[in-house]
Write a new protein. Sequence first.
Length: 311
Amino acid sequence: MKKIKNIIICGCGNIGLRHAQGLAKSKYKINLFLIDKSQKKMNFLIRNLNKNKNLKVVYQSKKIEKINKRVNLLILSTDSLKRYELLKKILRFNQVEYIILEKFAFLKKKHFKNILSLNKKIWVNTPNRVYESYKKLKKQLKNKKINMEVSGNRWNMASNMIHYLDLFHFLNNFKKIKSQEIALDKKIFDSKRKGYKEISGSIKLFTETNNLILFEDSRNIKHNGVRIKIFNKYQNYLIDEKTKSCINGHRKTNFKIPFQSNLTNKYVDKIFSTGRCDLPKLKISSYLHIVIINIFNNFTLYRNKNFFPVS
């Protein structure tokens, strides 16, 4: 019989709920500890959990306290504005074995350095590289370097580009971004999340092997969703996230994009059985995050404009 695992979810909004629903599908028995400043959100999460004998909510709190048990996994699914302080506080009160962070992980470069110095096993939930569809595509590329274009309308480029930069790293395994071309629009937009801002325009990044990733959010095009073009001299794939399809030449196939509630159980089962996870380690993801932080810190119009920290 497998030992019961103690898991904290800190942040019980929509993504926290999806993680909890995923945990209910785990092969492990789980004691679930919930932390959120909103009792309403915690109650909603509990009501929407499928009844499962393997998962039991044993703790709820509006504040971070000492849990008198070893914490096997912390899932930190708050928005990113206070994530660093929350993580430090949880680790100060509790012994935590493994950690999964939502993006955008942290807002300051020094935060990454400080957390990495703790030598904890931490992954960032940018799950494109976990999708079977992308794993299959990577095999089809046969380690050939690719270029990538991510485009759409109102897709929250500032906060979501980390997902696609991580995918680009997964497919290319580049070592560094060597140059960039920034053409952001002057107007800043309100994000769907209150208190945050969003942007439009284009960002081009080039690797040490001169491979390109382009991010583009145009408020003028009609396509309301994200399209991803992945190509090199020999291959060309167009992935439409809205229709969940992939076009390769004249062939159109389904492109599966799983729900978070069908992923979290796979993360935790692999973590608890092997100590590994297919998500990017914080050490890898920190470089990609800092590339993005530097872009906005160096672009005068957006400096000190709290616009991209969205969970």
